[in-house]
Ligand binder design. Structure first.
Ligand code: GPP
Ligand code: IPE
Length: 301
């Protein structure tokens, strides 16, 4: 009998370890205004699926790396993601009241503190990669590439650019190629980053990194289309945020463009092509990443 933990157990374990490490990483011992630490901690510790850290860890482990070596980068990407959600919820953007089952950051701390908590999470992410990276045994060369790729994929050419296109898209654009651009960048790029960062920690070759980029691109696109679908059909309690928000904001989404059935089909076929790319990467053990792809396709929150 194999003693390999079930996927559910693996998910629980990684989530708990990431959450524990995030707690340690917060700047609670620095001389920092308490309101800022509270606002950072509020959103970071509110839960969430911890998908991006899970991808960092699973990609590193697919190469046989130790989980502890991947945790600092796993936490950093969760900080960047959390900052993006805090800012995305602001009145100037999606103007949402609930996130991760709680009131949004600006509803509790006010807009100015919410903006600054997001800024501080973003900068703290880079601090943590470099600071803890020194202790985790990851080579300086790999750390430099990771910092370079996070700044590229979270910034103007990545997530921020995608978010700007998303904002402009609300005002009446668009065609499917533009929508794909939005999804690939606002959501897909951080997913791509997580995979290649984990793979770099594991010592991937250039060919393997390239195959993982394709895996992440298709997985990220499928993930955002599923988010569009769940915005229409999901359960608010499970999702921890309001549904129907895309319709209320007249956002252009995959179901809007190609209909619900075709959107569901697209999630399936993108997941399959993602898994095909993962197969081509010839990782020592791709099984957890394969399981994550299946889990995301059937998720209901
Ligand atoms: C630079 C910034 C602010 C980036 C935000 C990126 C992002 C993926 C937001 C959530 O998308 P969404 O609005 O489709 O998701 P949700 O339904 O969770 O709000
Ligand atoms: C990219 C999107 C769709 C925003 C929400 O991301 P997640 O669905 O990963 O949010 P959390 O679980 O981290 O709260």
């Amino acid at each position: 009998m194999s003693n390999r933990p079930s996927f559910e157990t693996y998910l629980e374990e990684v989530t708990a370890e990431v959450t524990g490490e995030l707690k340690q990483t917060l700047p609670v011992h620095w001389d920092v205004p308490q309101s800022l630490v509270d606002a950072m901690q509020y959103s970071l510790m509110a839960g969430g699926k911890r998908l991006r850290p899970l991808l960092v860890v699973a990609a590193a482990e697919a190469f046989g790396a130790q989980r502890t070596a991947a945790l600092p980068v796993a936490c950093a990407v969760e900080m960047v993601h959390t900052y993006s959600l805090i800012h995305d919820d602001l009145p100037a953007m999606d103007n949402d009241d609930y996130r991760r089952g709680k009131l949004t950051n600006h509803k509790v701390f006010g807009e100015a503190t919410a903006i600054l908590a997001g800024d501080a999470l973003l900068t703290h992410a880079f601090y943590s990669i470099v600071q803890s990276g020194r202790r985790s045994g990851v080579s300086a060369d790999a750390l430099l590439s990771i910092v370079e790729e996070l700044s590229e994929l979270a910034g103007a050419r990545g997530m921020v650019g995608g978010q700007v296109a998303d904002m402009e898209g609300e005002q009446g654009m668009t065609d499917l190629a533009q929508l794909q651009y939005i999804h690939l960048h606002k959501t897909g790029d951080l997913i791509v980053f997580s995979l290649i960062a984990g793979a770099r920690i594991g010592g991937a070759t250039e060919g393997q990194l390239e195959a993982l980029r394709v895996f992440g691109r298709d997985l990220g696109l499928a993930f955002q289309i599923q988010d569009d679908i769940l915005d229409l059909t999901g359960d608010e309690q499970k999702m921890g945020k309001k549904t129907q928000s895309d319709v209320n904001q007249q956002k252009v989404t995959y179901p809007y463009f190609i209909g619900m059935d075709a959107s569901l089909q697209e999630v399936k076929s993108l997941t399959q092509s993602a898994k095909d790319a993962l197969g081509r990467a010839e990782l020592p053990d791709p099984s957890r990443l394969m399981e994550i792809a299946d889990y995301l396709m059937s998720r209901d929150h």
